[in-house]
Design a protein. Structure first.
Length: 149
């Protein structure tokens, strides 16, 4: 998962805006073959608790909940691009849609259950994502499927 702290972000499909947030996190979520419900739940919990927003002293001490931020969740299978051979990326490491879509939804539901306002893209669609990265703060968050919490 790629996390970007933003002052604003939006997603559109075919010129129709599907979601927009002000201050918060743009979350590009990729799902691999070994990912599970437990991984989606862990990622949601981790994102909610990350202290990556600045407090009044300019220190990154606030979580998305503390900062009153929102989340824009975008499914992004291209995060699993394998570029080791040739010039065209292979996306074989990405999970098939029937596995990936429910896990992206589970992740977003976990954020909502924790109290984060969530907007979504459209799974499998050609999306246009616009953002203003704040900081810039961009974080790669990953959990190996067999690792303990």
């Amino acid at each position: 998962m790629l996390i970007q702290r933003v002052t604003q972000a939006s997603v559109s499909v075919a010129g129709v805006e599907l979601g927009r947030i002000a201050r918060g996190l743009l979350l590009l979520v990729g799902v691999g073959h070994g990912d599970t419900v437990a991984v989606a739940d862990w990622l949601a919990d981790r994102v909610v608790g990350l202290r990556i927003f600045e407090d009044n002293a300019g220190k990154t001490n606030l979580s998305i909940l503390d900062a009153g931020g929102s989340a824009l969740v975008i499914s992004q299978f291209t995060l699993y691009a394998d570029t080791r051979k040739g010039r065209r990326p292979s996306f074989m490491p990405a999970a098939p849609p029937e596995l990936a879509e429910p896990l992206v939804q589970r992740f977003a539901a976990g954020l909502q259950a924790a109290g984060v306002a969530v907007q979504h893209g459209q799974f499998g669609a050609q999306m246009q994502v616009a953002l203003v990265n704040d900081g810039p703060v961009t974080i790669w968050l990953e959990r190996e499927t067999g690792s303990p919490d």
